[in-house]
Design a protein around this ligand. Structure first.
Ligand code: FAD
Length: 403
């Protein structure tokens, strides 16, 4: 029987799992299998500095190659795991090779949701998930080029910001009644919408069904009655968890691979971490599927600790960030529609925070260029602090005094 730890996927969660396993003195051999050509790298810069051409690909790597050598990790890049045999405790690669495992970590991440319908695959239509996508987009990122972005979520708006700064003519199409509708409060949505408009980006919300027009290559995007001429289309309409390997092998899945607070799946020898999972969060009192670096890192740590036989349950306040223009948006916690919202600072000063209170308790915060509000806000959420809204709103009361 093999004692090998096999990691499927070579992304953010995989890199962290390797690091924590070795830091925990787990001596078992480790094999990490990834279908991309690269060592694990950070995706956030893909829609920010890397897209802007301000960062080299090597700078994206989470760890240099020497790290994996020292950790004695066998790395298989450019290879896809196509099947999981739980009875034989082995995975099969596309090449047919079979690799046995003692423990398996599924860190398969997620993939972009694609547009359906005619012309959806025309040249000129792009998605943004990996380095290869940016490499394909970059040559089209020329001043004066007409870019349409479908989807006003984080990725779509970050792309729009980089494109506007690079001199492209940008239109964002959003089906909801505001940008960032799924992930941010109305205050944050309207603030970012205004900032994009100031930068010359056209934003159309409630845009209705979109379709793509062109003969042999993209020519225009149709949104309702509008026809928008376009040289380039970038689609950012969300992701789907890569859970098929697990589901086909009979592991419990529901909008992600189901794991417990120690990243364990329904099979005791298989763990899962990152975008591909849903997990119970005791601080939020519910199951979550998160798409963030924080979640990938913290869940991978929990998986590694569980494999080391020293479980440390994952119970963190979720946090996230987005960079657009010179604005840093940082958010922590999760809000719900009925929560009260308290504004601290002036939106017009481009430095403010929106706190979310549920029954008087701080449950979430969204900050724009407001680091103290974010740092202390995270602690207030973890402590389930009850703070009077007037005190939260009063910029003359230092954040430190609220903790
Ligand atoms: C453009 C963009 C911007 C982002 N910005 C932010 C941000 O600002 N802040 C933030 O917190 N998060 C951001 N994210 C999200 C964050 O990058 C992800 O949540 C994180 O990478 C998830 O880590 P992971 O290890 O679960 O998956 P990934 O990092 O995606 O790694 C999974 C890897 O597994 C591979 N794989 C899948 N199936 C197989 C298989 N069968 N065999 C072999 N290999 C396989 C995949 O190809 C991939 O390389 C962004 C993501 C994108 C795409």
């Amino acid at each position: 029987m093999s004692d090998r730890i096999v990691i499927v996927g070579a992304g953010q969660a995989a890199a962290q799992a390797v690091q924590t396993l070795r830091a925990e003195n787990v001596a078992a051999p480790i094999t990490m299998i990834g279908d991309e050509a690269y060592l694990p790298y950070q995706r956030p810069p893909l829609s920010k500095k890397f897209l802007a051409g301000e960062l080299e690909a090597e700078r994206l790597l989470i760890r240099p190659v020497e790290f994996y050598k020292e950790a004695a990790v066998e790395i298989r890049l450019g290879q896809k795991v196509v099947a999981l045999d739980r009875k034989a405790k082995a995975v099969r690669l596309g090449s047919g090779e079979v690799i046995p495992y003692g423990k398996l970590l599924l860190a398969t991440g997620s993939r972009v949701r694609r547009l359906g319908g005619p012309n959806a695959e025309l040249p000129g239509v792009f998605y943004l998930r990996d380095i290869a996508d940016v490499d394909a987009i970059r040559p089209h990122f020329k001043p004066g080029a007409r870019l349409t972005v479908i989807g006003g979520g984080y990725v779509g708006l970050e792309v729009a910001a980089v494109a506007a700064k690079s001199g492209l003519e940008v239109t964002v199409l959003e089906i909801a009644d505001r940008v960032l509708a799924r992930v941010a409060s109305p205050e944050i949505s309207s603030f970012f919408e205004a900032e994009h408009k100031k930068a010359g980006v056209a934003i159309r919300t409630r845009c209705g069904a979109v379709s793509i027009e062109g003969k042999g290559k993209l020519e225009a995007v149709r949104a309702g009655d509008d026809r928008i001429n376009a040289d380039l289309l970038i689609v950012g309409i969300g992701i789907l968890p890569n859970m098929e390997l697990a589901a086909d092998a009979g592991l419990a899945c529901d909008n992600g691979i189901l794991v417990d607070e120690n990243a364990r799946t329904s099979d005791p020898d298989i763990l899962a971490a990152g975008d591909c999972t849903t997990h119970p969060n005791p601080l939020m009192n519910r199951r979550l599927r998160l798409e963030s670096v924080q979640n990938a890192i913290d869940q991978a740590k929990a998986a590694a600790h569980a494999m080391a036989g020293r479980p440390r349950p994952y119970a963190e306040v979720p946090w996230f960030w987005s960079d657009q223009y010179d604005l840093k948006l940082q958010s922590a916690g999760l809000s719900e529609p009925g929560d009260a919202r308290v504004l601290r600072g002036e939106m017009s000063a481009r430095k403010f925070a929106v706190f979310h209170l549920r029954d008087g308790v701080v449950v979430a915060v969204e900050c724009v260029n407001a680091a103290p509000e974010y740092m202390i806000g995270r602690q207030l959420i973890a402590k389930k602090a009850r703070i009077a809204p007037e005190r939260l709103a009063d910029v003359n009361t230092p954040m430190k005094a609220l903790i």
